[in-house]
Ligand binder design. Structure first.
Ligand code: RRO
Length: 314
């Protein structure tokens, strides 16, 4: 039985990694993920300068998931570039780098610098086109013209393969339009579906209040609440973008959830809310549970069932 994944010129021991944003802001966090059983890790989405993020409370655990409006708190591009260049132990596992500039120009500036290092180290860029929590800044990937501008500018500046972190879509016409844009960019080698379901509102009936402070309580929903939406997006892009890889993110808290993501087409499987709740020990549990599901079904590799989701056509 092997959970190995060979993609993007890298070998991953297993498909599991953190979702960008969870346990990946500081060196200490990143070292915990490096020491864990995960197959890979990704750094917190960064901006050119350090950001404190939104006022607290800004993350709340819920019965079936979480709501957050962190507001892109990060230590700034140079900090993560230094981690990539000098700190990360690439002999342990491959590394992804999440970037979320607040303008085309900011992304271009960061890409021009990351490009030099990416040529030497094998770090892989995931461009975040879907942050829902910066007041006054809409999610880029909900405006297809804007999304095209970002992808063109990053392709021109970076000139290397990269991936994109997408928001969830809820309409077939939007799956078609978003996939058509992504298919126009050869350097987009992977598509991560999904970021949190943006601008949800959780109400505490006892206190008659919202549960997080920023944006009057509006924030991104994650965890079990979003698993079916995540699976729909993984499968929608898997079928529409045959020359690209899809990474699954959303609602993974047990081995069966990871199996469902891979069946829908996922190559890597990212873990957000459940990692936040359980800590990095979750990766060993997920590996054990995924192997258990596979052995029950007689599978010995992920390739045997990836993307093989059946439909009902009698
Ligand atoms: O930092 C955040 O508030 C955040 C980001 Br950048 C993102 O992409 N997704 C999310 O749920 N939170």
């Amino acid at each position: 039985m092997s959970l190995e994944v060979n993609i993007l010129n890298q070998r991953f021991e297993n498909p599991f990694m953190n979702a960008a944003g969870v346990m990946c802001t500081s060196t200490e966090d990143l070292q915990k993920l490096t020491a864990s059983a995960s197959g890979s890790l990704i750094t917190k989405s960064c901006t050119p300068a350090l950001r404190e993020g939104n006022p607290e409370p800004r993350y709340k655990m819920l019965p079936l998931g979480s709501i957050n409006s962190m507001g892109l708190p990060n230590l700034g591009f140079d900090f993560y570039l230094d981690y990539v260049t000098s700190t990360h132990d690439y002999s342990k596992k491959p590394l992804f780098f999440s970037m979320s500039g607040l303008s085309v120009e900011q992304n271009v500036e960061m890409c021009s610098k990351l490009k030099e290092i990416a040529a030497e180290k094998s770090v892989i860029l995931e461009l975040n086109l879907s942050c829902p929590n910066v007041p006054g800044k809409p999610q880029i990937a909900y405006d297809f013209d804007d999304m095209r501008k970002y992808l063109q500018a990053v392709s021109d500046a970076y000139q290397r393969p990269f991936g994109v972190k997408m928001p969830p879509y809820f309409d077939m016409a939007h799956f078609d339009s978003a996939a058509a844009v992504l298919n126009d960019f050869e350097l987009v080698h992977f598509i991560t579906c999904i970021n949190s379901v943006g601008n949800a509102l959780v109400v505490d009936v006892e206190t008659e209040s919202v549960v997080i402070k920023p944006k009057n309580g509006f924030g991104g929903l994650g965890g079990e609440y979003v698993l079916p939406t995540a699976l729909a997006n993984v499968n929608a892009f898997f079928t529409r973008c045959p020359s690209k890889l899809v990474f699954g993110c959303g609602g993974v808290s047990k081995g069966e959830d990871a199996f469902a993501h891979i069946l829908a087409g996922a190559s890597m499987v990212q873990v957000g809310t459940a990692l936040h709740s359980e800590g990095e020990g979750i990766f060993a549990r997920l590996i054990g549970e995924l192997k258990e599901v596979m052995s029950r079904k007689g599978y010995t590799t992920l390739d045997e069932f990836r993307g093989k989701l059946k439909v009902i056509d009698n």
